[in-house]
Design a protein. Structure first.
Lengths: 220, 99
């Protein structure tokens, strides 16, 4: 959850910084030789707007973490993907990554634990973004319904890829290729997907980067 | 360069709240700001021959701030740049000012 926390911190920091800047401007308009009340009022409204947005983000996060034990509730996977992409906006921008969502329409809902599945998507997308560090890569996320009653979700990057001799170990607990990795992300992700009756695996792309794919059975 | 024309501060930031807040702060010291959501928008703008500077977020979607700087140098557009970032690192600190 450390990565999630970092992403949330960024997301919340932005409106707070803007609120502080607005409040600073408000003071500036009031302090001059001839205070400009109208401008100060505008800046104060701006401060309120930004503070409200920060509060909305926090409310949203609280709603995500309300439930502590595994749930089985109807989950719209496309909505989840869009949400995580939005949450990772700052990481995406920082690494100059271009995101493409190729999501099938009318995807059936699945029965699952929303928070856990968010964690899986967050892990896979963050790994993909990190693998394209400052390389202006493409992150493509697809969703589709398969003939055998599963959803299939793929997260594909144009990053550094996985060395052939490591690909069998990347899901092992404590195995990591990142200097600051814990070796937990993919292990946890796989166990979450499997607890939902699905499978998670990785392949190397023919050109560049790698693709992580997982399946989840439909709600019957 | 005619010094009688009012100076302009160009701001490129993809967050609207931040653009507007920076514009307000500049207004408190009577500076006019022109706002751009993307580097592309700014590069398409004809830069008038008045005293100006550019406030640039190092990390921007599509084109990074350092790339914008490179493009300006290539186009021989000589405008002082103030970089802002929440995520500075050493290569960035070295490359930015030297260019």
């Amino acid at each position: 959850m450390g990565e999630l926390a970092a992403a949330l911190a960024h997301e919340i920091k932005q409106p707070i910084a803007a609120a502080a800047a607005n409040a600073g401007a408000c003071l500036g308009f009031l302090e001059g030789e001839r205070p400009d009340i109208l401008e100060a009022r505008e800046a104060a409204s701006g401060t309120i707007g930004c503070a409200r947005r920060a509060a909305e983000i926090i409310d949203h996060v609280r709603s995500l973490f309300k439930k502590g034990f595994p749930q089985r509730e109807p989950v719209d996977v496309n909505e989840l993907i869009r949400e995580i992409a939005l949450l990772l906006k700052n990481d995406i921008r920082r690494n100059s990554v271009t995101v493409r969502l190729e999501l099938a329409e009318n995807l059936p809902e699945i029965a699952g634990d929303r928070v856990q599945l968010e964690q899986v998507l967050m892990n896979l997308m963050l790994n993909a973004i990190e693998s394209m560090h400052d390389a202006r890569g493409d992150l493509t996320i697809t969703s589709q319904s398969t003939d055998d009653g599963h959803l299939s979700i793929s997260v594909s990057d144009t990053g550094v890829g996985i060395p052939a001799d490591k690909i069998d170990h990347i899901f092992d607990t404590f195995f990591t290729t990142k200097p600051q990795g814990t070796g937990m992300g993919l292990a946890i992700s796989r166990s979450i997907v499997e607890s939902h009756g699905g499978r998670l695996w990785a392949t190397s792309n023919s050109e560049r980067g790698s693709t992580f794919q997982f399946t989840l059975p439909h709600k019957v | 360069m005619t010094t009688s024309s009012p100076p302009i501060v160009f701001i490129i930031d993809d967050e609207e709240d931040m653009r507007l807040a920076m514009q307000r702060i500049l207004k408190t010291v009577n500076l006019r700001a022109e706002l751009f959501a993307t580097a592309q928008d700014f590069l398409e703008r004809h830069i008038p021959d008045v005293p100006s500077c550019l406030v640039l977020d190092v990390r921007l979607p599509g084109m990074s701030g350092l790339e914008v700087q490179q493009k300006l140098i290539e186009a021989e557009i000589n405008i002082p740049i103030i970089f802002i970032t929440a995520h500075g690192d050493i290569p960035m600190t070295v490359n930015g000012p030297i260019s």
